[in-house]
Design a protein around this ligand. Structure first.
Ligand code: BG6
Length: 511
């Protein structure tokens, strides 16, 4: 039984969107994939929606290139997403380019000159956002050179701001993440560092907070008394694509769990902050991450809590080891499924099952909250177990929305029960596509709102959990322990992932 109806009444305030103060944006890696697939289109869409500052400029920075060729590339990118010739040209007219080696001085001298001249032209007061869309080994050297060139200093007549956005991966393990952080903090304050996790910018992920804390209905049930378990799935249909160079050294645990998966878990499970302010919110996030029980350090025991897999040929698709750029004997995991426990009063004993992988059956991300069954059935001969427990599903993508299953009487003269799904579908209710996560996040960077960015203590807490596993895998593999399960491309992952839940008497949902 399906019901597809939701009426929406919008409250006017406080949804007025704020326009940031004039500023400049410097994109390192400006000819790269991220800049052209996400950053430039997002800035353009913000501009279209009237959300870019009244006055701004964009400076690309890269090893080679010039303003004319960068502008031409920006126009191609914007026209590729449906921009008209005039608006694309108008946006490109605000763009410039500075070229030079990332580890030489020339680039930074050129940037200093360009920023000064353009800040005066565009009257930005010196406000400037630096975006590192670069390979991770360049994050610290570039930040330190920006610092040495004086470009991160917040000064000027009106105390101009300088901020730096760092893309993941933020380090490879706890030690390297701490080292990167130390080097960033040698030239920047925490308030100037924006560690981006684009999942936090997704509309439906942000909705978790509003759903939980703007409704009276759910929060009283949001605990171990009523919730049986939680499942978080981020399934991708794509394989490693053209990123083998990065991915084969990273793997699913670093690529998806350390950041997106654990951040979503934290949002689902955290305590309410007193107010929606960056540090109050992030205090609660870190408290939750610190309450995660470390996974077992003994390989055989770890295998019973965390399953790792690698896709093999299937459904006409190549296996991971056949992909271009992947070593023929690679042991990198492209799938992981884990049972995590949160050791605090609210969640004691409630498992959080997380799974993510590439080349799975289809692209879908969801958070499913499975409630406990009713304690007693008055509908004899129906016993409590014959009524399906309620499930609340937060659909993160691609069909953003919320669904709740409830038990209801099926029409007729007999006492027959059925599960009814109440769905709220974002697109049909609001009639718009949710904005791209980067739009919201770039806007927040310009506004100086760090709420949706990962603070260094949360980043460390997540690495602590993940690093323990990586170390055990490494030690275990050397001794022939810690299984890497194969799964056919196009499936839902290795059977061992099913066994992980079966051992607890549960099953994965098929999203
Ligand atoms: C990135 C990972 O952070 O997230 C990629 O590096 C992954 O491997 C991507 O494909 C998934 O993001 P989305 O928004 O497509 O779900």
């Amino acid at each position: 039984m399906d019901a597809v109806r939701a009426d929406v009444e919008l409250h006017g305030e406080p949804c007025g969107e704020t326009r940031p103060a004039p500023c400049g944006l410097v994109i390192f890696g400006a000819s790269g994939d991220l800049a052209h697939r996400k950053l430039l289109p997002s800035l353009f869409r913000l501009q279209r929606r009237g959300l870019m500052p009244e006055s701004f400029f964009v400076l690309g920075a890269g090893r080679s290139g010039d303003t004319a060729s960068f502008r031409a590339a920006v126009i191609r990118t914007l026209e590729g997403i449906g921009a008209g010739a005039a608006e694309a040209a108008d946006f490109a007219g605000r763009c410039g380019f500075a070229a030079g080696a990332y580890e030489g001085d020339e680039l930074y001298a050129a940037l200093a000159r360009e920023i000064e001249a353009r800040s005066a032209d565009h009257r930005t007061g010196g406000n400037c956002l630096f975006y590192l869309a670069l390979p991770p080994d360049l994050h610290a050297p570039v930040a330190q050179r920006l610092g040495a060139a004086g470009l991160l200093r917040e000064s000027g007549e009106e105390a101009a701001w300088r901020r730096l956005v760092v893309e993941k991966p933020f380090g490879r393990d706890l030690a390297s993440a701490r080292e990167l952080d130390r080097r960033l903090k040698s030239v920047l304050g925490e308030r100037q560092i924006y560690r981006i996790d684009h999942y936090l910018g997704k509309e439906t992920v942000q909705n978790i907070m509003m759903f939980r804390f703007a409704n009276r209905l759910f929060e009283p049930l949001w605990n171990r008394e009523h919730i049986d378990h939680v499942q978080i799935t981020v399934a991708e249909g794509v394989g490693v694509e053209n990123r083998a160079g990065y991915y084969d050294r990273a793997g699913c645990l670093r690529d998806m769990f350390q950041n997106h998966m654990l951040q979503m878990l934290a949002l689902v499970a955290m305590e309410p902050p007193a107010r929606m302010e960056a540090d109050l919110h992030r205090d609660e996030m870190v408290k939750l991450l610190r309450a995660l029980r470390p996974l077992p350090r003994e390989p055989a025991e770890l295998d019973r809590s965390l399953v790792r897999g690698q896709y093999t040929p299937g459904a006409g698709m190549a296996g991971y080891r056949e992909e271009a750029g992947v070593a023929a004997d690679s042991v990198t995991e492209t799938f992981a499924a884990a049972r995590l426990m949160v050791d605090n009063w609210r969640w004691s004993g409630v498992p959080f099952y997380l799974r993510s992988g590439k080349r799975l059956a289809r692209r879908v991300s969801e958070i499913a909250i499975a409630f406990k069954p009713v304690p007693h059935s008055i509908f004899a001969p129906l016993v409590p177990g014959s009524a399906a427990p309620n499930v609340l599903v937060l659909n993160v993508q691609p069909e953003e929305g919320i669904a709740v299953t409830v038990e209801a009487k099926r029409p007729g003269t007999k006492t027959c029960m059925g599960s009814l799904t109440l769905r709220f579908d974002y697109r049909s209710v609001f009639g718009v596509e949710p904005p791209e996560a980067y739009e919201r996040l770039l806007l927040d960077c310009m506004l100086g709102d760090q709420t949706l960015f990962v603070r260094s203590d949360a980043m460390e807490a997540a690495w602590e959990l993940v690093t323990g596993v990586l170390e055990t895998w490494q030690a275990g593999s050397a001794r022939g322990a810690c299984t890497l399960h194969g799964y056919p491309a196009g499936s839902w992952g290795p059977p061992a992932a099913g066994a992980l839940l079966a051992a607890d008497g549960r099953r994965w949902r098929t999203p």
